[in-house]
Design a protein around this ligand. Structure first.
Ligand code: 1GP
Length: 228
């Protein structure tokens, strides 16, 4: 139905943050390729359903990035499952996903389930601390990318700098390792120029926080990516 391989720009909406109906409408009509609903804390079923009902009035693909088993609902096009590669606890890489599949595997439509190999690179990010991550150096990141592409065969490698703008050179180097695996970059993109720069390094850029900080500038990141 959707060709995820062609996507270049995604907005990520946090169910734990305030957004007006009018803003959601503008996001959905912005030309972005998809919308991810996801966050690290305070993700409730009510919050997820509220966003889903607002987004579903439009034809843009809608993804739930699963962070809490209590906030999963049918109705999304895809369910993205983070596996945190640089967590020091196996729980965040494998065990909570395993438990979820044990509980719900027989109800899942596997075509909607997409695993993301997450590498979290901002030590200040909530997710970094929650998942007890270890900061990888450039060599570690490259090796994670190679594992994801050649050993784990995951569809997505997600370089997550959430809250801060990352290192374009490292993103570029990671991209060189990936072919079948799609490279997502997320973190600190606030304006057209940053969107353009990271879009030349990664396959897909994800814009989150700036929606809640400077809405008009965040909207313009779509145009920046589409301009090429
Ligand atoms: C967060 O990667 C996304 O999961 C986007 O990051 O919120 O910093 O834009 P920002």
């Amino acid at each position: 139905m959707y060709n995820r391989k062609e996507w270049k720009h995604i907005f990520k909406l946090d169910p734990n943050k305030e957004i007006t109906n009018e803003e959601v409408t503008k996001i959905c009509q912005s030309g972005t390729d998809a919308i991810i609903v996801g966050g690290t804390d305070g993700v409730t079923l009510d919050g997820v359903l509220q966003l889903l009902s607002q987004i579903r009035r439009f034809s843009v693909p809608c993804i739930l990035e699963v962070s809490s088993m209590d906030a999963i609902t049918p109705g999304f096009d895809f369910y993205y499952i983070p596996m945190v590669l640089n967590s020091q606890d196996k729980k965040w890489m494998m065990d909570i996903q395993h438990q979820a599949i044990k509980d719900f595997g027989n109800m899942l439509n596997w075509n909607e389930i997409v695993a993301e190999g997450y590498c979290i690179l901002n030590p200040e990010a909530k997710a970094y601390n929650l998942a007890n991550c270890k900061l990888p150096d450039a060599g570690d990141v490259i090796a994670y990318a190679q594992m994801v592409e050649h050993m784990l065969h995951l569809p997505i490698f997600y370089l997550e700098y959430s809250g801060t703008y990352g290192d374009p050179e490292l993103v570029r180097q990671v991209k060189q390792q990936l072919n079948a695996t799609q490279l997502f970059y997320g973190g600190g993109i606030k304006n057209k120029q940053q969107a353009k720069e990271m879009a030349t390094c990664a396959d897909v850029i994800v814009v989150g926080n700036s929606i809640y900080e400077n809405f008009e500038e965040a909207l313009q990141t779509v145009e920046a990516v589409k301009e090429g």
